[in-house]
Design a binder for this molecule. Structure first.
Ligand SMILES: [Zn+2]
Length: 320
């Protein structure tokens, strides 16, 4: 792969918009990544992992780490240049800020154990079913199958607290959309979508998706649909683990459990074969995204200037 292609692959959010002074950093980072692994290999690896584990919205760890370094420098420059903290946070979402909220040290081990148990649960039930799994069902599977193992009291307390915490503590200002930890997705209300392993709510969401598909064409794919409380917990904890317990950083990329509009109708779309780049700014450069915008009736939930404290997500379609 030539450098130009590689640079393009790295042009994730905020990364290409740093100005001419940043060229050196991009090249350094590219060299570093090129030495560690080919981007093609990484993309293939991610696609395989994504299919197995349903890790939508989570960048590969190596790429996330590389992006963190780039964002850290860019964020410092932006602040020095007088950009407001809120703008800088959402633009350089992988950066660490002074007032980010970190999970207290004594809870880190419990978070990891809870995350790993959810991970085993997902492998056990399959990632399609996991999208719809309720908290009560999760507890039942864990209790009945030794391969998963019962949640400990400490893990239960941790997950309960994770759900009940006011996400503004993290710097996340979206609305809470689920009102109990045990809320269920009614299986009669959803339908599976092709071979994606994802589901959409019947009615408004599925009608809207079909309409997009017919207007945009077969290049459009559903990359994440209905997500239960448990599914959102797993995704959020994956990002929180990747972020070393920085809950604010996690919440700039993923809504905390209970705050995700995926629970009430929103969905993510991508371009077929575009891999993890469907969850980067690069998606906004695709013909699929451009065709979506040309339709004139497609709303993106998390725009560049959103007030939720969330990164720009050109792939996340607002329905609910
Ligand atoms: Zn989404």
């Amino acid at each position: 792969m030539d450098r130009r292609t590689l640079l393009k692959a790295l042009s994730l959010s905020g990364f290409v918009a740093l100005g001419s002074g940043s060229v050196l950093r991009q090249v350094n980072l590219t060299d570093k990544l090129q030495k560690s692994f080919g981007m093609g290999a990484l993309q293939g690896q991610w696609a395989a992992t994504n299919l197995q584990h349903g890790m939508e919205d989570i960048l590969p760890t190596q790429l996330s780490e590389a992006l963190s370094v780039a964002h850290q420098e860019a964020a410092a420059q932006a602040v020095a240049a007088g950009s407001t903290n809120a703008e800088t946070r959402t633009r350089y979402f992988e950066s660490v800020f002074d007032d980010d909220y970190f999970l207290p040290e004594e809870k880190r081990a419990t978070m990891l154990l809870a995350y790993q148990r959810l991970d085993r649960l997902q492998s056990f039930v399959g990632h399609g079913n996991f999208n719809l799994l309720s908290f009560d069902e999760a507890l039942r599977f864990a209790r009945n199958y030794p391969d998963i193992g019962n949640f400990t009291q400490a893990e239960m307390d941790f997950l309960d607290e994770l759900y009940h915490i006011d996400a503004r503590l993290y710097g996340f200002y979206g609305d809470r959309v689920l009102d109990t930890l045990t809320s269920k997705v009614n299986k009669d209300d959803v339908q599976s979508v092709g071979r994606t392993g994802h589901y959409l709510f019947k009615g408004k969401s599925s009608v809207f998706y079909d309409r997009l598909l017919s207007k945009v064409g077969d290049d459009l794919v559903l990359t994440s649909g209905v997500r239960s409380m448990v599914k959102q917990m797993h995704l959020f904890l994956a990002k929180a683990e990747q972020s070393a317990g920085n809950m604010s950083k996690a919440s700039r990329s993923l809504a905390p459990p209970g705050y995700s509009y995926h629970a009430v109708g929103d969905f993510d779309v991508g371009k077929v074969g575009f891999g993890y780049r469907n969850f980067s700014d690069d998606f906004a450069e695709t013909d699929v995204y451009k065709r979506l915008q040309d339709l004139g009736f497609v709303e993106i939930r998390y725009t560049t200037d959103n007030n939720f404290g969330v990164r720009y997500e050109p792939w996340h379609i607002q329905v609910s």
